[in-house]
Design a protein around this ligand. Sequence first.
Ligand code: HEM
Length: 530
Amino acid sequence: MAFDSVWLAVAVVPIGFLLFHWASAGYPRLPSYIPGPPSRSWIAGHAVDLWNKQEQAGDLEFAWFKQYGATIKTKGTFGTEILLTSDAKAIHYVLHTSAYRFEKAPEAVISITAVNGKGVIAVNGKTHQRHRKVLSPAFSEIQLRTFMPVFQSVANTLTKTIRAAIERDGGIVDVHHWLGRASLDIIGESSAFNYKFNSLEDENCEMANIMSHLMDGASAMTEPLRVGLWLMEKFPLLQGLVDYSPADLHRHMVKFKKLARELGKIIVDKAKQSSTDTSAKDILSILVRANESEDSSKKLSEDEVLNQTATLLSAGQETTSSTLTWVLYELSKCPDAQHALRKEIREVRSRVGDGPLTQQDYDSMEMLNAVIKETLRFHPILGTMLRVASFDDIIPLAEPIITPDGQTISQIPVQKGQLVECAAHGYNRNPAVWGSDAHIWRPERWLTKQEAQVTVGMHANVLSFSGGVRGCSGWRFAMMSMQSITFELIENFYFEPSEAICRRPGLLITPHLAARVEEGVKLPLRVTEV
Ligand code: HEM
């Protein structure tokens, strides 16, 4: 046995060493004057610390930005260097000005593909342009307004469901559970599928049950996992192995992808047989037409169509439900804001009566929109956007780096292949952008006009919907559904905290019980009728 181990070491160690040197030979290096925290692991860099060693997602980055400045150097796998920035000008340059010159990094693409296959969110360059061009009409304001009755009817069903849950569960309600189902029903019925999941009423809805566990285990980062991801980047053929991984996270992802594609196939085939309206701009009609198109710039293969259905479900469901969950959480901790919002809701009700509100009614509500924007700022669901430079480039800075010998550095040269990470948390709480109270959830800040010097995000200039050509296509959709659900819930219920909650880092940043994170994503609140 010992003899075998020696031979194994003799064979594997040098091969591994050669392999590593071959693969890492072209790693670009950042200028040495860029400051950054030391890393405890050469193998995994800062990844394990960022995922596993913070109680609240973002805390470690906030401390680094405070100590070293808005743009810093962190470590990736096997000593790679990452430019991590919360600087408005740098983020604007990477996401907006340079756009396709900074592609989505392979590591991000691998994780996204594992959940959705290669839909719009997982592809780069010209393929991304084609996918985005096909889908864009479905997200126009005019098109989305036609879904308002769906948002309102789901919000109504949610109210009934929560009323029943209060009775059943003695007033403590896991609001994330129900908001997850409401978000799924909204996406299914309005945009992606023209399909009724009815998950608020059907406890056994298979898709809702799979999606409620999709992010379980998405917070675990280990050195072997980092090395696995690194190997998949270098040897793309290995990426198929994710589908056979025994890890809980991957099993949930594979199950979700399979179900979303099966469902996609059924409804797309049905739509193909019945569709006659060639100008319809709902997503399903758009996908069917793209599949049948003869024009290669507008064509999506059948595989691409099915990947979009999985993409839209996963991109829209947990993001919306977790953001809404944080809205209720923050309001539960801040009774004054909750009262102010309810007062505004009552004023609107007395003006418009019992009938449905229009989009203008929602848009005119200062406190409602302030609460949602402030929650988006405070709780981005995706903590960072990882990009890789396709060319040598120069990134400008709003907050210069001062070197130890006193030089002021206002732009950073980067080489082709350089990893650049735009920090949503960091930017959304950057005191240079938001003021000295950036770390306080204070919706009133939105009641006075926010003067952004540099445009960064898709909406309200926060980075939570990302920005530029890869920014969230569904931001308007998300805003409209969050407006109608928040309105309905605050009109009917009073929310108070019930247990300590933490913002768990991971693939997505989601609420967990501070004392029992192993129970997965959840947020129990004490809920009473008003
Ligand atoms: C509060 C809710 C939401 C948040 C916080 C959010 C956030 C984001 C972020 C950060 C990205 C960029 C991801 C990246 O760079 O890897 C993104 C992309 C995307 N989102 Fe959203 N999203 C939300 C809701 C939605 C909804 C409801 C839909 C559709 C129904 C949607 C569809 C998309 C799509 C298609 C992309 C890919 C865009 C592209 O790569 O061109 N999102 N979202």
